[in-house]
Design a binder for this molecule. Structure first.
Ligand code: PLP
Length: 561
C-alpha cells in the first residue's frame, strides 16, 4: 500500500482518514477527527522538535512515512523489493533477530501534539500486515544458550534485514581512505554517527540554540526542552527509575572522577578498601589511585584467568568488612570479556559495599537495565554509542545522589546563594554546575532513539554472529594469537601476529582502508597480565559486515606471505 499521493513524501490524508475510520470504528457518514497534519516546511519558521530527538531531515521527508523511500535503514516492510538477506552474496546463513521495533514509523513533534498518538496508531495499523519473509535461523549462533547477554531467548526466525540499508545512515562509511573504501573496525575507541544524529545537532544550532533553564524566551524553552528530553531518553535507555538519576557529564572518565571526587571524598576514610578488576580501563583505575593516595585507602584487584575471565572465587576472598566500593567494567575494552556483572554487584551489596559499573563498552553492544543490574552508579560515554564526543552519563540511585556533596560549584546547581551560605539543588542539577554540553546531549538523545528503533537485543545478536564469524577466521591466520578468549565476549578481537609489531599490522591494514587500534588501549595492566604490551584490536559494530571481516582476514593472510 502506498501512503503517497504527491512527490513531497507526505501521507495521503484521505487514505489515513479511511484507515482511521476503520480502526476507530467511525459511525456511518462520520469521520474520526484527524487534526491537520503539519509537515515540515522549510520556508516557514520551524516548529520545535525540542525533546523529540526527531531528525529534521526525517521531518523534511515526512519522517519516513513514505514506504517507498525510507530515510533510514530501519526494517521497512514496504520495501519488499529491497529486502535482502544479510550477506546473501556470500552465501552465508541468516541472522537471528529478536525485535521488530514496536513502532516502525516516527512522526515529527511526537511529544508535543495531541493528535500524534492517534495518527501514530493509524500508521502502525498500516504495517501490521507486512509480507516479511520469515527465514529459519540456521548456522552461527543457533544455540539460545549462547545468547548469555540477552534476557529473552533470541527469536528463531529473521524478518528481512539489510545491513546495507543501515550503512546508508552513516555517511562516513562511504569515505575513501588510501584509495579504498573505509572499513571502520575501531568501534571500541569510538563509533561512527548516523545522519540522524548529525542532523539533530545541526538542527539544534540552527533553530534551538540557547542556554538552558535560565530565560523566559522561546529559544531557552526549546533548548531546555531538547536537553531535558534527551535526559528522558537516557532514562528510558537504561531503564532508570527517574530522570533525576541521569547526570550529563563529559564522558565515562568524567563520570568516574565525579563519583571519586564527590562520594569518594565524602564517604571513604583511611583504611577503607576499594576493589577493582584486572580488566579495567585506566579511567577506572587512576581516579581511585589518586583518591587512595590522598585518603590512605587500599586498592585490591580481582584477578582473571588466562582467557581474561574474572575469577569470582578470588573476588569473594578479597571482600572484607572494610570493602566500601567495588568498581568494575561490564565489558573489557581490551579483550571484549563480558563480566558477570549482576553477580559481582550482588556479592558487593551483600557485603555492604557500593558498586560502580563502567558501561563504556557495554551500552552499544547489549541491552542494559540499571534496575535489574542494581548498581549504585552506571557510567558511559555518548561517543561509544553512536552519539557525539564530549557528552556522557552518570546514572546514580537518586537517594544516594542526593546525600552526596557536589564536586563542582557554580551556576545551575544552586538553590540559593548568599556570601555566607549556598544551598544546592537535588540531583541531577547539583552535579551539573555551569553550562553543559547542551547540543551534544541532544545529539546523544538522537543516538539513543536510533539504536532503540533498531533494537539493542537485535544489535547484540547480530554482533555476536559477526564476532563468532571473525573469531573463526582469525584463528586460521598463521602466527596469529588471540588475546582474550573468554567464553562470553562482545565486539572485540585483540590479537598479536608473529613477526610483526602491532603498529606495523595497523599500518598495513590502514593501507587497505581498514581502521583498527593498535597499542595498549588504555588498559596496560590486563595486557601485561596476558603477557603483551600491546595488541591489534579490531572491534565491531552493527554496521560492520562479513565482507569487511573477510577483507581484514585476507589482508592478514597477505601479510603472513
Ligand atoms: N572505560 C572503558 C571500558 C573504556 O573502553 C573507555 C574508553 O575507551 C573509557 C572507560 C573511557 O571513556 P572516555 O574516554 O569516553 O571517557
Amino acid at each position: 500500500m502506498s501512503t503517497n499521493t504527491n512527490s513531497g513524501n507526505l501521507p495521503d490524508i484521505q487514505e489515513l482518514q479511511t484507515l482511521a475510520n476503520q480502526l476507530f470504528k467511525a459511525q456511518p457518514n462520520e469521520d474520526i477527527v484527524l487534526p491537520e497534519y503539519n509537515p515540515y516546511d522549510a520556508t516557514k519558521p520551524p516548529v520545535s522538535v525540542a525533546g523529540s530527538g526527531v531528525s529534521p531531515s526525517g521531518i523534511h521527508h515526512g519522517n519516513a512515512v513514505n514506504l517507498q523511500d525510507p530515510q533510514t535503514g530501519f526494517n521497512d516492510p514496504g520495501l519488499n523489493a529491497s529486502i535482502q538477506p544479510v550477506e546473501q552474496d556470500l552465501g552465508r546463513s541468516f541472522l537471528p533477530f529478536e525485535l521488530i521495533p514496536d513502532s516502525l514509523f516516527h512522526l515529527p513533534f511526537q511529544q508535543e501534539q495531541p493528535f500524534e498518538k492517534q495518527l501514530q496508531q493509524v500508521l502502525n495499523g498500516i504495517v501490521t500486515t507486512p509480507n516479511l519473509p520469515q527465514i529459519p535461523l540456521t548456522g552461527f549462533g543457533t544455540d539460545p544458550a549462547a545468547y548469555y547477554f540477552l534476557k529473552d531467548k533470541p527469536a528463531a526466525t529473521l524478518p528481512g534485514f539489510d545491513v546495507n540499508f543501515i550503512r546508508k545512515d552513516f555517511p562516513i562509511l562511504s569515505e575513501n581512505v588510501n584509495g579504498k573504501q573505509l572499513v571502520w573496525l575501531d568501534n571500541a575507541a569510538t563509533t561512527q554517527k548516523p545522519r540522524q544524529v548529525i542532523d539533530r545537532i545541526s538542527y539544534f544550532y540552527e533553530h534551538e540554540n540557547s542556554n538552558i533553564h535560565r530565560a523566559a524566551h522561546e529559544l531557552a524553552a526549546r533548548a531546555t526542552d531538547a536537553y531535558e528530553g534527551a535526559r528522558k531518553k537516557v532514562q528510558g535507555f537504561l531503564n532508570a527509575g527517574s530522570v533525576n538519576e541521569i547526570i550529563f557529564t563529559r564522558g565515562t572518565t568524567e563520570s568516574i572522577n565525579l563519583v571519586a571526587k564527590s562520594w569518594g571524598e565524602q564517604y571513604l576514610h583511611a583504611g577503607d578498601e576499594i576493589i577493582i578488576s584486572h580488566l579495567e580501563h585506566h579511567a577506572n583505575i587512576v581516579p581511585w589511585q589518586q583518591l587512595a593516595a590522598k585518603k590512605n585507602l587500599t586498592i585490591k584487584v580481582i584477578p582473571v584467568d588466562d582467557d581474561g575471565q574474572i575469577l569470582l572465587d578470588e573476588y569473594v576472598k578479597r571482600i572484607t568488612p572494610k570493602t566500601k566500593l567495588v568498581s568494575f567494567t561490564q565489558v573489557s575494552n581490551a579483550l571484549g570479556t563480558v563480566t558477570p556483572a549482576a553477580q559481582i554487584v550482588q556479592i558487593a551489596h551483600s557485603a555492604g559495599a557500593k558498586v560502580l559499573v563502567d558501561g563504556a563498552q557495554s551500552v552499544s553492544h547489549m541491552p542494559v537495565d540499571v534496575k535489574s543490574l542494581d548498581a549504585d552508579w552506571f557510567v558511559f560515554s555518548g561517543h561509544k554509542v553512536f552519539g557525539p564526543t564530549g557528552i556522557g552519563v552518570l546514572y546514580g540511585k537518586e537517594e544516594l545522589l542526593n546525600v552526596t556533596q557536589p564536586w563542582q560549584g557554580g551556576g545551575n546547581m544552586i538553590k540559593d546563594v548568599t556570601f555566607e551560605h549556598t544551598t544546592y539543588h537535588n540531583a541531577p542539577g547539583r552535579f551539573e554546575a555551569g553550562t553543559g554540553n547542551i547540543a551534544d546531549a541532544v545529539g546523544l538523545g538522537a543516538a539513543i532513539d536510533y539504536v532503540t528503533r533498531i533494537g539493542m537485543g537485535f544489535i547484540a545478536q547480530y554482533e555476536h554472529f559477526l564476532l563468532e564469524y571473525a573469531t573463526g577466521l582469525l584463528k586460521q591466520v598463521p602466527g596469529l594469537r588471540l588475546i582474550g578468549t573468554a567464553a562470553e565476549k562482545a565486539s572485540v578481537l585483540s590479537f598479536v601476529l608473529d613477526g610483526y609489531k602491532t603498529e606495523e599490522v595497523g599500518a598495513e591494514l590502514n593501507k587497505q582502508g581498514i581502521a583498527v587500534r593498535s597499542g595498549h588501549h588504555c588498559a596496560q595492566p590486563i595486557l601485561r597480565r596476558l603477557g603483551v604490551e600491546s595488541t591489534v584490536r579490531p572491534s565491531l559494530a552493527f554496521y560492520n559486515t562479513c565482507a569487511e571481516v573477510d577483507l581484514l582476514v585476507k589482508t592478514l593472510h597477505g601479510l603472513k606471505k
